[in-house]
Design a protein around this ligand. Sequence first.
Ligand code: G
Ligand code: G
Ligand code: MN
Ligand code: NA
Length: 253
Amino acid sequence: VRLENQLRQALLHREFHLVFQPRVDLKTGRVNGAEALLRWIRQDGSTVSPTEFIPILEEMGLITSVGEWALLRACHYASQWLQHGHQLCISVNLSARQLRHPKLCEIIARCLDLTGLPVELLELELTETSMLEDVEHSIDQLARLKSMGIRIAIDDFGTGYSSLAYLKRLPVDTLKIDRAFIKELSRDNTDMDIVRAVTQLAHSLNLSVTAEGVETPEQLALIKELGCNEGQGYLMAKPMPEIELLQWSRHFD
Ligand code: G
Ligand code: G
Ligand code: MN
Ligand code: NA
């Protein structure tokens, strides 16, 4: 209850911020895009993890408005970067409740319209679990988004329950392999086989693969060897404020 009240205050006092974590193309070494991640910084400077407050925002029914705000800000920044000559695809996380929202397509269309961001520079990340809450509706909703030209990624892939049958039916573009599989990746363990198999499966379905949570040069070498398309993780960069991302991307030009 305390956190609930604080969240209401947070909205009023603009305590939410976005940070951005780059996604790097493993073939060219260039920055393909960035994932927008929500941060709550309270007035006393303390922070609360989104894993704590997002479920509460969901319960309170506030996730749609906070999510819409995040979407608009993310599109705004990506549009600014483009104007500075950096064509970066922005990935925005959506919660299950946002996916179920009947006006989702309209909300997104409005964000693109207001910010002038080209549609192909927006990617939405959804977890398997949120996509499978109501599969038929999800497939419809995702198909509508895709027909608008928006890219869809399955986030935290491998931690949910999606069966391969659904993978075939869900209109997605990218699999983001959960960092749990990258964490202990080494030449002699099963995670190596899992990442290889997932990557081959994804490629046979024409999906791109992003490895998350890349923290060491060894992991980077292995995901390249296994054919992943993109890497994201602390080795490349931690999530950072918008202004730093622009400076960081310059090193790759
Ligand atoms: O950035 P961090 O590792 O703390 O994020 C924790 C979790 O919060 C991740 O699972 C991430 O997907 C989720 N998350 C971060 N930002 C957003 C957001 O804007 N919307 C939603 N729905 N989830 C987010
Ligand atoms: O669930 P999702 O993939 O959206 O969450 C991304 C979260 O992972 C972010 O909160 C981000 O801070 C975190 N993250 C990003 N890179 C790394 C990494 O290399 N190691 C760890 N442990 N966490 C990471
Ligand atoms: Mn994500
Ligand atoms: Na993830």
